[in-house]
Design a protein around this ligand. Structure first.
Ligand SMILES: [Cu+2]
Length: 359
């Protein structure tokens, strides 16, 4: 079967090319209206005419290649802040509690579009010890100090939050309104699941950004209820949400994220979804008052999301209610499966057409 062999060869070449030009890291981090460049990856040859970033608040990483979800890698210190990161970034970004920070991703240098549209985006924070500024803050590898502040999977239409990144949009992450003032590391984690039908196939893109929170709590009590985990240590190669064996046949939902529940800022009830939206280039400053979030009820009757796998593009920025961990069976899956298949077929037919990269 010559043609089959040829196709396989072409696929291999495409995969290799995708490896060379794919993957990536933070391009622009934005907080309190200020944009900070991402770090220059150490494995990227600087093209002529390309100016390396200046005052990055994000720690440099050794490579744009992903961390794969083998147990060895998940147990390595690369899972803390990315592959062999620098111990410090150039600056510390001030950020107001209750506001949104945004992450824009690139692939390669000079920047190209983020290449993946399948998988969730998770964000953690680590409170630096008293009198340790964020640029000198090094979490211990077994230290349970990371709490999850956000997770974005799919919206009700089955659009992955990550699909917006492939459309050159930024991902908006709300900073809890009542976390203690002071210095933190923000651990941002994009998980690409397109190969997650096999254990070890998920790709992790991890970064640590140095921030200084103001406008939050004066004391530390708010964090006492947070479910804190260690990186490495929080994930297993077969964790639900990392190993997704039925990805290609479904799942038509993604309702179990890896890691702990999202820290609920000041909310006594644990099932209040925090509104997380992908809002390109517009970090909205919406200090939360601690009142129950209206989106829970206005969104629809059920806190269970209609979620499914899809490779389609959002017509509008995806709005992803990021509820706390839910393993409830998804009642919407069957209803939307036909549409998911249609969207997937459309993608395969090559109608996918990302907008040109911004300059
Ligand atoms: Cu990749």
């Amino acid at each position: 079967m010559k043609s089959t062999t040829f196709s396989t060869l072409v696929l291999s070449i495409m995969t290799a090319a995708g490896t060379a030009f794919g993957h990536g890291t933070v391009d622009v981090f934005k907080a309190d209206g200020v944009s900070y460049p991402g770090p220059l990856s150490m494995d990227v040859t600087v093209a002529s005419g390309y100016t390396p970033p200046g005052n990055s608040a994000t720690r440099q990483i050794a490579t744009l290649e992903p961390l794969l979800s083998t147990q060895n890698i998940l147990d390595s210190t690369d899972m803390t802040c990315g592959p062999s990161p620098s111990s410090s970034a150039m600056t510390i970004a001030p950020i107001t509690a209750g506001s949104n920070m945004t992450f824009h991703f690139r692939s390669g240098s000079p920047p190209k579009l983020w290449p993946h549209n399948t998988g969730p985006i998770l964000t953690y924070m680590y409170r630096c010890p008293t009198n340790t500024s964020a640029d000198k803050c090094i979490p211990g590898p077994n230290e349970k100090g990371w709490f999850k502040i956000d997770q974005q999977g799919m919206d009700k239409k089955g659009i992955w939050a990550q699909a917006a990144m492939m459309q050159n949009k930024s991902i908006s992450v709300p900073v809890p309104f009542n976390i203690p003032n002071g210095d933190y590391l923000v651990r941002h984690e994009v998980i690409a699941l397109q190969n997650a039908v096999n254990q070890g196939g998920a790709e992790f893109y991890v970064s640590c950004t140095q921030v200084r929170v103001k406008g939050g709590s004066a004391d530390d009590s708010a964090l006492s209820a947070a479910d804190k985990v260690a990186f490495p240590g929080a994930y297993k190669t077969d964790s639900p949400g990392i190993y997704v064996p039925d990805l290609d046949n479904g799942p038509l939902h993604y309702d179990t994220f890896p890691g702990p529940a999202v820290f609920a800022a000041g909310a006594p009830q644990s099932n209040t979804p925090s509104p997380t939206e992908t809002q390109p280039n517009e970090p909205t400053s919406t200090p939360s008052t601690g009142a129950p979030l209206s989106s829970a009820s206005s969104d629809g009757a059920s806190p269970t999301r209609c979620t499914r796998t899809s490779v389609s593009l959002p017509a509008t920025p995806a709005s992803t209610p990021s509820a706390t961990q839910s393993t409830a069976p998804n009642q919407c899956a069957r209803k939307v499966s036909k549409r998911a298949l249609r969207l997937r077929r459309r993608m395969l037919q090559g109608r996918f057409n990302p907008r040109p990269l911004r300059t």
